[in-house]
Each structure stands twice: as structure tokens, then as C-alpha cells.
Design a protein around this ligand. Structure first.
Ligand code: ADP
Ligand code: ZN
Length: 734
């Protein structure tokens, strides 16, 4: 750490307010040491208790409380990283205000330059630029000798070699002998070439690409909804907007719901632009993270592909944001600041006055309504590239299939899988359920295995030979005796998970090569990518997967998709269930027939008359959106009304319930706002904590955040082990 700017003088010092990446809303005041220039946005190192933390100067404080003045500490040093632009500071304030999160918590997301390495490792160099100083000391002489070649030397290397302190360098910088500048890094991201390879577009794609290019060139805040069926070439088309921004010398951020699934994307990007884009995700090594962060902040990284957290990075000159698969629920962060990355991306674009593209084959109802109302510009790709047909979809009515007797693949589907294998094509079995079986019970006494600290059944995981709680991770070996009645060999697995499906597929087709793709079986982004490559290269016959397989892949030999339980997501009473199910099933069946153009999807269902199934079978997305938008409008659910959910939890039930009731009783009356509950949360106990939920519902134009803030400020305070979680715009209404 560079302590050179520390100063002990205290007369007539300036004071700045520094926001720190801790769970606090207020910025802290610090004195600015003499001789140091600080402006809002500067990244600084300050003392906090016994620690040193990195924060950002948020504002000048011209009138600090005089009583505090003498107790204020000095800013320790200013980091040699680019100043945070006002646009990012406003985003932090905005998100904190909207989500009711402490500003420091939101700031933390911007400072993810690798806590262990720290930004001080952004290498600084020093070089000789001016005449020798008037006053010479042995240390100065050694340093100047080392730098006499006029080249840029690493600052810390030179200091070490000269055996001097950082202060010696700083003194010579002040006197104009030396200059400090950032070392040229090995470029973190080589420059994409906008003209590396241009695809031949269909007329439909050309029109769409023209629109997006114009949007990018417009350089103003505008939202486009790139609405194209699976396989229509959305990616190729939005690359044209990226190329435009690269030509302008600005940065593009491409958000993806699941960074592990972007292997093919990175290759396609390289085919189009000659180099891979810079990645941002949680598995970067600290060194790469620090380097990428610096490259983004310096404006060197021209195209960044990342998961939702990439939205909060300090881009030097962001010119375009693209949110791919904008409908995906993975964009919602449910820990810490509860924010929706798609929505906050639109906010960032509007603050930065830049265009944004939301891409999806099945837009969220929110975006669809915005496009219908003309608030978003719709750019449509209604057909598949290359004249390929959309997959045909058929429902298999399980009520008519007769007893399945512990089997989950209907004979009609099994027959089709056999045909596909014979043709040397692939089949995909989709079931959004990890593990072997969702429930284990004792045949003798009826005992069901439940988690001891959550309100949830334990899921049988045969690969791991354990019963696992999907909420807290608790697990135990599958016992031989029933712990309740001591019966032997009496446990039965109830219902299917992907592991059980694999067993069944293997029994049906003993010679077929099967592979299960499920998040609990994937150990890293690398292994996920290599498994996907194996599938794409045709080394697997039957793919069995959870929603991981639904997203964005191109498997050229895949023409058959069987949805094993199409009703799975519908029965839970969540008002968004229909939308979710429609999107997921559309997406997973959209994997079929992308190359050969004769894909087919089978939906195993107990309710073929459900509007979601009917719309899918009829390939009638209009019908789906019509009925769904209608239902939302009638019930006042988003986007026609607004919602927030408050979850109160405590180690015991009466405390949680009592607090929730008190909170509701103190809600300020407002005829535009309904406060519902408290009711037991859908998962009433997680990790031994009892949970009650309060739902706040309002008309569309109401500023719920302000209402909530006032309410919570005057309401009872959480103490002891009580916890209150606020979720504005919850994704699940459950
Ligand atoms: P989407 O994202 O809309 O599902 P993709 O962008 O993945 O569609 O495109 C589907 C496939 O078609 C990809 O393999 C892509 O490379 C190919 N493709 C799309 N447009 C073109 C084009 N104009 N020329 C060549 N290949 C294309
Ligand atoms: Zn549990």
C-alpha cells in the first residue's frame, strides 16, 4: 500500500465523504491530506477501525460538523485507477434507493477487483522525465541511476532496487524529475476487429441488423427488444451493433444469464471478430479478475461478456448494453441487494444515455408489454435462419397412457427416441429436477425423509449416495433401516429426477450413450463447457438434463426433445408460473432441429388443455401473450401493478410472526397500496429459521421504494436474530 500521501497537518483541510463497500448507507467523512487532489469518483484507501479499506469519494463535504472535525481521520492514499464516472455513482445511488439496500452494499459490486490482490496491484511505472533535483540524497541518487535509461520501470521494483521508500519517488515526482504512469499491461483483451468476418444475412436478418446498427450509432438511450425465434440468428444480428460500437471506440457489455453456458458463444464471437471477448464471472482467478477489472476501467476491454455482476463494473466508455435471454430468471439476484440485472441494465443505459438491446425468443411479459406500448422498439426475427422449420410440438396426454408403473418415459416417446438413435441422431430428455427422486418414504410406516432444519423433503442423489436438502445443503447417507420403524429395505424413491431418468433410458436403450447435465454434477465452468462440447460433437446419444440444457446451445444432431413432466412448474400457484413454463419449454424444445430442420418436441402432460400447452402445441405465441397479459391486467400483477415482498425470519416461530404482525399493523395507510399478510412464506422454514411473508401490492405508478422506506423507518426495528429481507419486484410471487 502506498502511504506517501499521508500527511499529519490538519489546518484548514478539506473534507470528503467516502462511500465504503460495507453494509452501510452513509458515506464517511475523511480529511484530505495537504497536497492531495481528490474529486468525487476517486478511488481511495482509508482507515476504518483497525482496517484499511478501499472506497470511493462520493462528495465534497464543504461544511463538516466542526465537533467531528478533529476526530476525522485522513484519507490514506489515492489509488492509481481511473476515477469512477458520475454515471456509475448515480447507478449505485439509484439501485440502492430502489432496492432499499445500503449504498455501500451496492458499491461493493463495483469494486470487485479481487479483494485479495487489491487494486494497488494495478502496476504503476516510474520514469525519468526531468532535470536532476536541486537537493540530492543517496537514495535519490540510487533511484535516478536505476532510471537513467529513460525507460518505464515498475515503481515497486525500482523502489526495491534502490532500497528507498515510496516517499522518495513521490518527492521526485513533485519536483518534476520523475513521472509515474501505469505500466502497459499485457493487454487483457485483444482488440476485436469489426470487419473480421461478416456473415451473409437473409433479407429478414439484414433488416434487423440495420435497425440495431442504427440504434448503436444513435448513441442515445433507447431500448430495443430483439425478438427472434430460436435459431433465427439473434446473436449474429446483434453482433452488428457490437461491431458498430467497436468502430466508435466504445465498450459493449453483453450480459448472459449463465456464464458457464457461453462456450459456444465465445467461439462464435471469435469467428465474427477474430478474438474472444473479455469474460467476467465468479470463477476468474484473483489475478485475472484484477487484470480484467483494470482493463475495463481503463477502457481497454472493448467487449465484456459477463453474468449479472458485470453490470456494476466501472466501464470507461460504455456505449452499448446487450441483455441476452432477457427473460431469464437467473438475472434476479436474491442475496444482498435484491436486484434484477435486466431492469438495472435499462437503468444504467438511461443514466449513461446509451442504447440497450434486450434479446429473447420468449420475452418477459414486462418487455413484451413495453414493446406493444411502443416504449421499446421491437426488432423481429420471426423465422429460423436457413429456412429451417420450427420444431413441431405434440402433447402426450399422460392420463391416456395407462399405468406407467414407476416408469416416466411414455411408450410413444420411447419409440421416437429409438428411431432417433437408429438414425444416429440425438434425443434430449428434459426434466427440471436434480437428483434421483424428490421424495423418499418408508413403505412400512409411511415415514418421509425431511430436512431437519428446513421445511423440505430430502432429495435422493444416487451418484452421491446421499439424501440431500436442496435448500440448505444438509445431507445424510441413504439409510438401510427406516429410522422411524426400523423396517429393513423398506425405503422407496417416489417420483423422478434426472438421475432416475438416466437409469430408465439406459434400461430402454442399453447400447446408447447417455449423459446427465445438472448443476449439482458440474464441478466447474470448464467441465461444463467440455461436456457441452462432447454433446455438440455427437459423442452422446441421449442427453438428460435440467434447465441447464435449455439455454442457448446448438446441438447439430439433436432433433428430438422429450419434456418428461411439462406440468412441473405450473402447479405451485405462482402467478408467473405460466410465463416461466412457457419460456422454459419453448426454449428447451427450441434446441431441436436447428440444423436438419425437422425437430420435434413431445410434452408429457396431465393437462393438455392448459393454455400454456395449447399455445406450445399450436405454435401460437400470440395466444400465449394475449392470455397472459390479459390475466396480469385483470389481477393487477406486474407490469400492470407493482409488488414488493418482505420476508421476516427468526430462529423461532412466535418471534418471526409477532414481528411481522407488528410491522403490518404499523404500515402507513395509503389507498393505492395493499399490504397483504403476514402469511407463512412458501418455504416456511429454511436453515432452522421461521419465515413469514408480507406482500405489498400497488398500482403501477406508485413509488413503492419510498413508501417502504418510510414505513420501515417508523416501524419496529429488527433486533436479536430477527431478520427482514426486502425484495422490490420479486420474481416469484410465492
Ligand atoms: P438464436 O440465438 O436466435 O437462437 P443463433 O444466433 O444461435 O440463433 O443462430 C442459430 C444458428 O444459425 C447458429 O449456428 C448461427 O451461427 C447460424 N446463423 C444464423 N444466422 C446466420 C447467417 N446469416 N449466416 C450463417 N449462419 C447463421
Ligand atoms: Zn435443509
Amino acid at each position: 500500500m502506498d502511504h506517501s500521501t499521508r500527511s499529519s497537518s490538519s489546518s484548514a483541510t478539506r473534507v470528503v465523504d467516502v462511500l465504503l463497500p460495507v453494509a452501510l448507507d452513509q458515506a464517511y467523512s475523511y480529511r484530505v491530506p495537504r497536497g492531495v487532489e481528490l474529486a468525487p469518483g476517486d478511488v481511495v484507501c482509508v482507515p476504518l477501525g483497525a482496517r484499511e479499506v478501499i472506497g470511493v469519494v462520493w462528495a465534497d463535504n464543504p461544511n463538516p460538523d466542526p465537533r467531528l472535525h478533529n476526530r476525522l481521520k485522513d484519507v490514506d492514499s489515492k489509488l492509481e485507477v481511473p476515477r469512477f464516472r458520475e454515471e456509475l455513482r448515480r447507478l449505485v445511488d439509484w439501485v440502492a434507493n430502489y432496492t432499499l439496500s445500503p449504498r455501500g452494499q451496492v458499491l461493493r459490486m463495483t469494486l470487485r477487483m479481487g479483494e485479495h490482490l487489491g487494486p494497488e496491484r494495478v502496476r504503476l511505472g516510474v520514469r525519468l522525465v526531468g532535470p536532476k533535483p536541486q537537493r540530492m540524497t543517496p537514495a535519490r541518487a540510487r533511484l535516478i541511476e536505476i532510471l537513467s535509461d529513460g525507460l518505464l520501470h515498475g515503481k515497486s521494483d525500482a523502489i526495491k532496487e534502490a532500497g528507498c521508500s515510496a516517499g522518495v519517488v513521490d518527492g521526485l515526482v513533485d519536483e518534476g524529475t520523475l513521472a509515474v504512469e501505469p505500466m502497459a499491461r499485457a493487454l487483457a483483451a485483444p482488440e476485436p476487429d469489426p470487419d473480421f468476418a461478416q456473415p451473409d444475412f437473409s433479407p429478414e436478418q439484414t433488416t434487423a441488423a440495420d435497425s440495431l446498427r442504427a440504434l448503436a450509432a444513435g448513441g442515445a438511450f433507447k431500448v430495443a427488444l430483439l425478438d427472434g425465434v430460436t435459431g433465427s440468428g439473434k446473436t449474429e444480428v446483434y453482433f452488428e451493433a457490437v461491431a458498430e460500437i467497436v468502430r466508435r471506440g466504445e465498450q459493449t457489455l453483453i450480459l448472459m444469464p449463465e456464464i458457464a453456458l457461453t462456450g459456444q458463444f465465445l467461439d462464435r464471437f471469435a469467428q465474427r471478430f477474430g478474438v474472444r471477448p473479455l469474460e467476467w464471472h465468479s470463477e476468474l482467478t484473483p489475478r485475472t479478475r484484477a487484470r480484467n477489472w483494470a482493463a475495463i476501467a481503463a477502457g481497454e476491454a472493448q467487449v465484456v461478456v459477463g453474468a449479472r455482476s458485470a453490470l456494476f463494473l466501472p466501464y470507461a466508455k460504455l456505449g452499448l448494453i446487450i441483455v441476452d435471454e432477457e427473460h431469464d430468471q437467473a438475472y434476479k439476484q436474491d442475496e444482498g441487494a435484491h436486484y434484477h440485472a435486466r431492469d438495472m441494465a435499462v437503468v444504467r443505459a438511461s443514466i449513461a444515455k446509451i442504447p440497450i438491446i434486450l434479446a429473447s425468443a420468449t420475452p418477459s411479459v414486462e418487455s413484451e408489454v413495453n414493446a406493444r406500448k411502443g416504449r421499446y422498439q421491437r426488432v423481429a426475427l420471426p423465422s429460423r435462419f436457413g429456412g429451417q422449420h420450427m420444431p413441431q410440438i405434440e402433447a402426450i396426454d399422460l392420463r391416456r397412457e395407462g399405468p406407467m408403473r414407476g416408469r416416466y418415459i411414455a411408450p410413444r416417446l420411447a419409440e421416437q427416441i429409438g428411431i432417433a438413435i437408429e438414425r444416429r441422431e440425438q434425443a434430449l430428455l428434459f426434466l427440471n429436477r436434480r437428483g434421483y427422486a424428490p421424495l423418499t418414504l418408508c413403505r412400512a410406516c409411511g415415514h418421509r425423509f425431511a430436512c431437519t432444519i428446513c421445511d423440505a423433503w430430502l432429495v435422493d442423489h444416487r451418484f452421491r449416495q446421499r439424501l440431500v436438502c436442496h435448500h440448505c445443503g444438509f445431507s445424510m447417507p441413504r439409510p438401510r433401516l427406516c429410522p422411524h420403524c426400523n423396517a429393513e429395505e423398506s425405503l422407496v424413491a417416489v417420483g423422478p429426477g434426472v438421475e432416475r431418468l438416466q437409469e430408465e433410458a439406459q434400461a430402454l436403450f442399453p447400447d446408447a450413450r447417455t449423459m446427465v447435465l445438472s448443476s449439482d454434477l458440474v464441478t466447474s465452468i470448464e467441465s461444463m463447457r467440455s461436456e457441452l462440447t462432447e454433446i455438440a460433437e455427437g459423442r452422446v446419444d441421449i442427453i438428460i438434463g435440467t434447465q441447464l440444457v435449455a439455454k442457448g446451445h446448438n446441438f447439430p444432431r439433436l432433433n428430438l426433445v422429450g419434456v418428461v413432466d411439462a406440468d412441473l412448474g405450473l402447479g405451485n400457484g405462482d402467478p408467473r408460473a405460466a410465463e416461466r413454463t412457457y419460456q422454459l419449454l419453448n426454449q428447451v424444445i427450441g434446441r431441436a432441429g436447428r440444423d436438419q430442420g425437422y425437430g420435434i418436441g413431445y410434452l408429457q402432460t396431465h393437462q393438455p388443455e392448459h393454455p400454456v400447452m395449447k399455445a406450445l402445441v399450436a405454435c401460437d405465441r400470440e395466444a400465449f401473450y394475449e392470455s397472459e397479459i390479459d390475466a396480469r391486467e385483470r389481477t393487477g400483477y406486474p407490469p400492470f401493478g407493482r409488488l414488493a415482498s418482505l420476508i421476516v425470519s427468526a430462529g423461532d416461530r412466535p418471534t418471526a410472526e409477532g414481528f411481522a404482525r407488528k410491522l403490518v399493523a404499523m404500515s402507513p395507510p395509503d389507498e393505492r397500496i395493499k399490504v397483504l399478510g403476514p402469511a407463512e412464506a412458501p418455504l416456511a422454514v429454511i436453515k432452522g429459521r421461521y419465515r413469514f411473508r408480507i406482500l405489498v401490492k400497488s398500482a403501477r405508478g406508485v413509488d413503492l421504494s419510498t413508501y417502504l422506506r418510510q414505513w420501515l423507518a417508523s416501524g419496529p426495528k429488527t433486533t436479536g436474530n430477527l431478520n427482514l429481507e426486502v425484495d422490490v419486484d420479486p420474481q416469484s410471487f410465492l
